[in-house]
Design a binder for this molecule. Structure first.
Ligand SMILES: O=C(O)[C@@H](CO)OP(=O)(O)O
Ligand SMILES: [Mg+2]
Length: 423
């Protein structure tokens, strides 16, 4: 099969935080037309692919995203249109070469991601397959519907207030299928709102649609979540609805300490705290429990908790196959969060997933805190059979778009299995 792009066009649009991002429209020679929207994070790893962005200091329309848009419409379009490519992977390789920096900093990782997502979609359309089925074929994986992880309480840099841990997620591991898992997330979310109101807490929302109550101790939030799970008629735990955390510890690192609810903790004291949490609450996964510059701490964290919970790397691994390979060698973590825009292309993302799979590291496909309505990650999670996805709260259009797409995929093929993988 050959892929010929006849037209490539980017435009500046808004993300879910009212910040500029871009959308790409790609047309192939046979008239197939596809779109892609580009997400953007707030708690980013320092080794992520480099976006050209604006909006961080209130200057919403600066030169960042417009430069990325200009690169798609100019240099990238000139380099890609009219050429015959054997595959979307070949287009990704051409993009990496054209950028030439290794970090996508020249063309902008956001420009590159937009084109890469669109090209993968175009290739699936040309092959006449749904995107998830196409990605499964490319990756050589067994597709399955993932367990959604609903971020229902937002803290850290995703919310105002004093809660240092960034994400508190509901993980319906014991649900019999995807629709039941989504229903559990929605019912508990709704019940949690009532519970927070009854307790005198505000029910304002953070960036990912979770509540942002004025609570600073993570244990207090976990108590509320267990109560909400119970009150909604579900069993707290792995055979019902478990909990997952993304403290995003790099964001509360203070020198060589971590500042949690006013206390200064060493890496080992923070690990002790996680151990108590895991003993007291049905927490089954902890992402970015320590900062990305604390590799020695990560080795100890993995050693102490790795046989009981997922010790998941996000900012520390940045979906980079080379970093993940190093982590596997050094026994850092036992699972990886996967975000296309951390590394910049779909091809490199599939490679990161392959490296994890072969080492027995669990994988969770993830949205960003700044999102568009593009639901590519739903197809990516299903196609690569990773068994886990996080896309924020079961509320707000840009989050729900992903969960709704998962439900649609479940309808497209009713034989798809649901749930965690064993390998
Ligand atoms: O830390 C994370 O896992 C993500 C997504 O939830 O946040 P951000 O996109 O801000 O990096
Ligand atoms: Mg994270």
């Amino acid at each position: 099969m050959s892929l010929r792009i006849s037209h490539l066009h980017a435009v500046e649009i808004l993300d879910s935080r009212a910040r500029p991002t871009l959308a790409v429209t790609l047309t192939t020679d046979d008239g197939t037309r596809v779109h892609a929207g580009v997400p953007s994070g707030a708690s980013t790893g320092t080794r992520e692919a480099v976006e050209l962005r604006d909006g961080d200091r209130g200057r919403y329309h600066g030169q960042g995203v417009l430069a990325a848009v200009g690169h798609v419409n100019g240099e990238i379009a000139r380099a890609l249109t009219g050429r015959a490519f054997a595959s979307a992977a070949d287009v990704d390789r051409a993009l990496i070469e054209l950028d030439g920096t290794g970090t996508k900093a020249r063309l902008g990782a956001n420009a590159v991601v937009g084109v890469s997502l669109a090209v993968a979609r175009a290739e699936a359309a040309l092959a006449g397959r749904p995107l998830w089925a196409h990605l499964a074929r490319i990756a050589g994986t067994e597709p399955r519907l993932p367990v959604p992880h609903f971020n229902v309480v937002n803290g850290g840099v995703h919310a105002p207030g004093d809660l240092d841990f960034q994400e508190f997620m509901l993980a319906p591991l014991g649900a019999p299928g995807l629709p039941e898992a989504v229903r559990a997330g929605a019912e508990i979310y709704t019940g949690l709102k009532a519970l927070l109101s009854a307790g005198g807490h505000t029910t304002g929302l953070g960036d990912e649609g979770g509540f942002a109550p004025a609570v600073d101790r993570p244990e207090k939030v976990l108590e509320l979540l267990v109560e909400a799970i119970d009150a909604a008629g579900y069993r707290p735990g792995r055979d019902g609805v478990a909990l997952a955390l993304d403290p995003a510890a790099g964001e509360f690192r203070a020198g060589d300490r971590y500042r949690v609810a006013g206390e200064e903790l060493t890496s080992d004291q923070l690990i002790d705290r996680y151990e108590e949490i895991v003993e007291r609450f049905p927490v089954w996964s902890i992402e970015d429990g320590l900062a990305e510059d604390d590799w020695d701490g990560w080795v100890r964290l993995t050693d102490r908790l790795g046989d009981r919970v997922q010790v998941m790397g996000d900012d520390i691994f940045v979906t980079d196959p080379a970093v993940i390979t190093e982590a596997i060698d050094r026994r850092v973590g036992n699972s990886a969060l996967i975000k296309v825009n951390q590394i910049g292309t779909v091809t490199e993302t599939l490679e990161a997933l392959r490296v994890c799979r072969e080492a027995g590291y669990a994988r969770m496909v993830s949205h960003r805190s700044g999102e568009t309505e593009d639901a590519f990650i739903a197809d990516l999670a299903v196609g690569t059979g990773c068994g886990q996805i996080k896309s924020g709260a079961p509320a707000r259009g840009e989050r729900v778009a992903k969960y709704n797409r998962l439900i649609e995929i479940g309808e497209e093929d009713r034989a798809l299995p649901f749930g965690l993988t064993t390998g």
